[in-house]
Design a protein around this ligand. Structure first.
Ligand SMILES: [Zn+2]
Length: 114
């Protein structure tokens, strides 16, 4: 079986939009240079810790995930623990782009009201 490692990470920026960057699951350390506010660390063979300096509340949020879940094409959502708003998505590139498109569209519509 060929494991597709075309994985992307999308992070909400201070304007409420998501920036998407590609990452390699097998080079987790390189991921840390993508976003200044996101740090990924392998805790053991199958657990990755995501540390997020939250763009919404300014606090540091930490999450633990199974690497196999990401490989199995589940989308990981890291949200602000204070506000309960999704901030960071990690998952298959195509799915991430679809998800972000929906969110960016929703944001546009909210702004259109004002
Ligand atoms: Zn937060």
């Amino acid at each position: 079986m060929i494991v597709d490692t075309s994985v992307s990470m999308a992070l909400k920026n201070e304007f409420g939009k998501y920036d998407i960057k590609g990452m390699n699951l097998f080079k987790i350390e390189e991921t840390n240079s993508l976003f200044k506010s996101v740090k990924l660390k392998l805790k053991n063979k199958n657990t990755v810790m995501v540390q997020l300096k939250c763009p919404l509340c300014g606090k540091l949020h930490a999450f633990n995930y199974c690497v196999s879940n990401i490989v199995n094409q589940e989308i990981i959502v890291c949200g602000c623990k204070t506000l309960g708003i999704p901030v960071l998505f990690i998952g298959e590139d195509k799915k991430i782009r679809q998800r972000v498109m929906q969110y960016n569209k929703a944001i546009k519509e909210i702004y259109a009201i004002f």
